[in-house]
Design a protein around this ligand. Sequence first.
Ligand SMILES: [Cu+2]
Length: 168
Amino acid sequence: MQTLILIVTLLVMMGVLALIMRAVLATEGPEPSANAPKTRSKVIWSMVVLGLVVSVTSLREWPHTQAGGDALVVNIESGQWWWDTDTTEIPLGQQVEFRVTTEDVNQGLGIYNSDMQLLVQVQAMPSYTNKVVYTFEEPGTYQILCMEFCGIAHHAMTYEFDVVEAGA
Ligand SMILES: [Cu+2]
């Protein structure tokens, strides 16, 4: 899907560029000064080069990784005010696709490491299953905390799971 969006965006950009070049190279209309075409051309090409430089240097990885075929699927259910998963042990280095939903109100799933650094987050929404993909590179105990104020016991909405080395 992202590739398709990228290709469509590129085609639109090429179309706009073709229109600009056509306007720049137009021979009809009032007589411009002798240097006008050169100046216009320099401005246009400067903008094109600047646009390319900014675009290329600001490229980042897609924010949401797609799960590979061998990803471990972990379902996370939630509600006021609880989390539940179908496993509390996740293998180290294994790509995990979390499928997250809630039975009542919106919750914010946040996964934290033992230093309470937020690693990954996704919204838990009623009637939807949102996916987020993550690979744990450190063994240990991880916390799930709710990141969306969801009622009186929101603060108590915590959960734990372990990341364990294979065969441990
Ligand atoms: Cu909450």
